[in-house]
Design a protein around this ligand. Structure first.
Ligand code: CA
Ligand code: CA
Ligand code: CA
Ligand code: CA
Length: 347
């Protein structure tokens, strides 16, 4: 049966993609991530010198200008909730308002559809689907129309993330025998390996100024670390440097912080750190699993997944960890939040 096949396939790929989030602690294996992957370094002295002050940098200035023109839009997410248009209960892409109301289903497909990622202008959503028999990065319009295969490769292509100028999409693929971070043009052309490392390199996240890509990798192992590299793959650097697994990096809109997930406290917590890896701070502080942070475009809130109530729900909190609020409350698995940026109208 189709849905069974795709589910089995999803399970396999999720296991591959998330293998690096498994941690062996005292002989006990803890499975770190429960969803279908949905997950500025100790800057070199030379780097640090060339960027002494973010405020003084022209690109940082233009980012600040851009921020003032952006407001928070919809939250896209994946869910296996049963609906009239999803009787089989496979994963579909949905959107909702930031208060959890106005839920709309964008995909209607018996395959698994997940990992939504808004384009910087808020008009398109890249996502992952296995409707063609293996995982591909697709793109669609914000209303669900025009669903198109971008990666078009027999390997598993997942975890898309747009460059801030909307011209490129980074993603994760196992086409070379282990997971690598690739980049392609927004039309799917020019697919290029950035990481080229025997370890699994997963879950790219583009910095708001476009110069860096954060990702997760179990180097040196056994757990994942949050790494950062230049957008061309150079200078791959460990930011977290912690024996526990650290993964699911997400840049703050001003580029000064990176939210991530860590197992260092015995269950998943959403942490935040400065973009150079300093100041690693627990935001969620909850006995349940809290993971996969996604910033609001205005930088004031963070969406994340929490299973503190038993099943995975989409929560939001302030950027300081206050007001942790469940938006979904379905009993289904709700995952992969990503927040739309809307350009405020002029005048
Ligand atoms: Ca589906
Ligand atoms: Ca593929
Ligand atoms: Ca690799
Ligand atoms: Ca927790």
């Amino acid at each position: 049966m189709q849905s069974k096949r795709t589910r089995a396939n999803l399970g396999r790929v999720a296991a591959v993609a998330l293998a690096a989030t498994m941690v062996v602690a005292g002989g006990r294996v803890e499975l770190a991530a429960l969803t279908p992957v949905a997950a500025a370094a100790k800057a070199k002295p030379a780097d640090a010198k060339s960027k002494p002050d973010a405020k003084a940098r022209p690109d940082a200035k233009s980012n600040a200008a851009a921020r003032t023109k952006v407001k928070n839009g919809l939250i896209a997410f994946a869910s296996d909730r049963v609906t009239t248009d999803n009787p089989e209960g496979d994963n579909e892409i949905f959107t909702m308002k930031a208060d959890g109301s106005g839920v709309k289903q964008l995909t209607k497909n018996e395959a698994e559809d997940f990992n939504p990622s808004w384009s910087p202008n808020g008009k398109k959503i890249a996502f992952v689907t296995n409707r063609d028999g293996n995982f591909e990065v697709y793109v669609m319009n914000a209303d669900g129309s025009g669903q198109t295969d971008l990666s078009n490769n027999n390997a598993n292509d997942i975890a898309p993330d747009w460059s801030p100028d909307g011209k490129k999409i980074a993603f994760q693929t196992d086409r070379d025998g282990n997971d690598e971070i690739y980049v392609m043009n927004a039309d799917g052309s020019g697919q290029t390996n950035l990481t080229k490392n025997d370890a699994n390199d997963d879950k790219p996240a583009w910095s708001p100024d476009g110069t860096k890509i954060a990702f997760q990798t179990p180097r040196p192992g056994p757990g994942n670390e949050v790494f950062v590299m230049d957008a061309n793959g150079a200078n791959q650097t460990n930011l977290t440097n912690n024996v526990a697994s650290d993964f699911f990096a997400a840049w703050s809109p001003n580029g000064r912080q990176i939210a991530f997930t860590t197992l260092r406290d015995g269950n998943f917590e959403v942490y935040v750190m400065n973009a150079d890896g300093s100041g690693q701070t627990n935001l969620t502080k909850n006995a349940g699993n809290d993971f996969r942070p996604a910033w609001s475009p205005d930088g004031k809130k963070i969406a994340f997944i929490s299973s503190r109530g038993g099943d995975e729900e989409i929560f939001t909190m302030s950027a300081a960890g206050a007001n942790q609020t469940n938006l979904t409350q379905t009993g289904a698995t709700d995952s992969d939040p990503d927040w739309q940026a809307i350009k405020a109208k002029k005048g």
